[in-house]
Write a protein that binds this ligand. Structure first.
Ligand code: ARG
Length: 613
């Protein structure tokens, strides 16, 4: 057999020339390669176990686990890995210690160059394979209230879009509006009764909620109305012009309400509602039927008066071995369901839009639905996990401060526009308490108020593990101490003001940065620099599992490390009379780099920053 092992050894990893370097990722590649070179007989995947370290900058602990597998002395294994590691522009020095740890000291020149690049070029993401991504988020239902669950989906989805856009992916922001269901039958039948003239003189149903409730009541109580409502759905889905007219009217009212929320939060979305897929639903049902993938009545029907002629699609097969619920593709009256629309929709996205990454942001309650239709779509060949990535980004329930489901005092769903308005009022009160209204112009103050209010609502949602339930508390999210947007926005203004008080413009700082590499003599300078440079690794990690809280944790860490630096290192020295005697340009550059990192992280989280507050 040809000597395969030699050709399998990957080359030394390269350091990107035109962007920041993901240091951890690079070190992992260096040591993975080293293991391959040192132990070609070991072909299994390698976990290099590289961590930040107190002893040096990073530490590689691969030798211990590897020694066990190879039944060799860990120190000997460690030395062999070290010898095989080769050279890297990132590494100044490597040392074996203890029972086989490899301590890695980063090159000062490299760190300087990277921090300087932050100031001159901003945060430049490391190169990666670009994908076309459909992010399905927000997706409220027309005529029903957009609730806090949709708010979470909107905030998390928008942040994921911003992250992927920043990384250069081609991102489609899709609002999968619930605009085609049974509720329209009820609404249109009710509309016909209340406003018989609605086609000629369209009514202004300002209270669409009330209207919805009335029609729902009739639907539940009046058998005849129910029959008419179901008929109306069928007519609507058959595109009868009058029904389409009523439908359009209702959709417009709802969309206007939704847009108020999106505008306030600065979230961009393209609406592709369930209705968009009507003809495609017809097509896939025909396709699946013809291929024998639809079945009738494998489920016992308990409504005795109705024979089950629904059509199901089962898929607990190869792709998803554990039992998944079947999808209902066609109802007894011939109508389609949420399942049908998602099947049509996934095919549209993979085959017509040519998307190779699908992301859905919904509450965790829909886990089963997503498992089912993923499996069914795979079985139907509409989705291939080998070429397309699919993530169901799910999140927990929003709770009130009483730890019960978030509701108004009267027990109603909280209206989002009102919630956002309350955020503004509360932010305003807190800022006035701090006398900010006197320090800022009216225009600046309004800007700060919005940045703080909406920033805090977003950050509170994004800063912890999204799969957990979370308690909505204005008091906590607007606290200026602790891990909140209010604190971080304020910290940023302080960082920005350091250079300003020194009278150094960012233009001259930039020139300075281009002239000579910054000094990083003080331990706290080095620590800050090293912390800032973790950003590319943090960002790459975010794209692996689409959890955003590590970015918030990182940002908070940067603010803490910055405080340590600022407490220990003078940036500007003054004499007794307050005259500036010395400016440490290099430190001002570090401040500038910190501000750059702050702004980029907040931008990914969808939070607007302010210069002064
Ligand atoms: N309209 C749904 C809801 O309010 C969310 C839709 C999510 N997207 C999807 N393709 N199923 O729960």
């Amino acid at each position: 057999a040809p000597a395969k092992s030699a050709s399998r050894v990957p080359p030394l990893p390269e350091v990107p020339k035109d962007s920041m370097c993901a240091i951890l990722q690079h070190l992992e590649a260096v040591f993975e390669r080293a293991v391959r070179v040192a132990f070609p007989q070991h072909t299994a995947p390698v976990n290099t176990q590289i961590q930040l370290s107190k002893m040096a900058d990073y530490q590689c602990n691969v030798a211990m686990a590897l020694a066990k597998i190879l039944r060799q002395n860990p120190r000997v294994v460690g030395q062999a890995v070290l010898d095989a590691a080769g050279t890297s522009p990132l590494i100044a020095n490597m040392q074996l210690s203890g029972s086989g740890f490899i301590n890695i000291t980063l090159s000062t020149g490299f760190i300087r160059e990277q921090v300087t690049r932050l100031v001159t070029h901003g945060v430049t993401p490391p190169p990666l394979n670009k994908r076309k991504v459909a992010v399905d988020f927000s997706s409220p239902n027309i005529a029903k209230e957009m609730h806090v669950g949709h708010l979470r989906s909107t905030i998390i989805g928008d942040s994921i879009c911003r992250l992927l856009e920043f990384l250069g992916h081609d991102v489609l922001r899709i609002n999968h509006l619930g605009d085609w269901g049974t509720q329209f039958g009820m609404l249109i039948a009710h509309l016909q009764d209340r406003f018989p003239n609605y086609l000629k003189t369209p009514p202004a149903i300002s209270d669409l909620q009330g209207f919805y409730k009335e029609s729902k009541k009739r639907f539940d109580e009046d058998e005849q109305f129910k029959v008419r409502a179901y008929k109306a759905v069928v007519q609507l889905q058959g595109h009868d012009p009058d029904h389409i007219n009523g439908w359009t009217m209702i959709c417009d009212i709802s969309k206007r309400e939704f847009n108020k929320v999106y505008e306030r939060l600065d979230v961009k979305l393209s609406p592709y509602g369930e209705s968009f897929y009507q003809s495609r639903m017809e097509a896939i049902v025909a396709d699946l039927e013809q291929r024998g993938l639809l079945e009738q009545a494998r489920i016992q029907e308990d409504e005795t008066d109705r024979k089950d002629d629904r059509k199901f699609m089962y898929s607990n097969t190869v792709e998803e071995p554990q039992t998944v619920m079947p999808l209902i593709m066609v109802k007894s009256d011939g109508g389609f369901t949420y399942d049908t629309s998602d099947m049509a929709c996934i095919r549209y996205r993979t085959q017509e839009l040519d998307v190779d990454w699908l992301i859905y942001v919904t509450d965790a309650g829909q886990l089963q639905h997503f498992k089912s239709f993923r499996a069914a779509a795979a079985r139907a060949g509409y989705f291939n996990s080998a070429t397309t990535r699919m993530d169901h980004v799910m999140f927990g329930v929003v709770l009130g401060e009483d730890r019960k489901k978030f509701k108004t005092r009267s027990g109603d769903t909280v209206r989002l526009v009102e919630l956002l308005e309350e955020g503004l009022v509360r932010a305003e009160a807190i800022l006035k308490e701090k006398g900010r209204d006197e320090a800022l112009s009216q225009q600046e103050f309004d800007h700060v108020k919005e940045a703080v209010a909406y920033g805090c609502i977003k950050y509170a949602d994004l800063c912890h593990d999204r799969t957990r339930d979370y308690v909505f508390s204005f008091d906590r999210m607007l606290d200026f101490k602790g891990n909140t947007a209010a604190y971080l926005l304020y910290a940023l203004t302080r960082i920005c003001s350091i250079a300003r008080t020194a009278g150094v413009s960012s233009g001259s700082l930039l020139t300075e940065a281009r002239k000579e590499p910054m000094q990083l003599e003080h331990e706290k300078e080095w620590k800050l620099a090293r912390t800032l440079l973790k950003l590319p690794d943090v960002i790459l990690k975010l794209t692996e599992d689409l959890y955003l809280h590590p970015l918030c944790e990182f940002l908070y860490e940067v603010s803490t490390v910055f405080s340590e630096f600022y407490d220990n290192c003078y940036c500007v020295e003054k004499d007794k009379d307050g005259n500036i005697t010395k400016i440490h340009t290099s430190r001002l550059l570090l401040c500038e780099a910190t501000a750059t990192v702050f702004k980029q992280c907040l931008a990914i989280l969808g939070i607007k920053t302010v210069e002064r507050m």
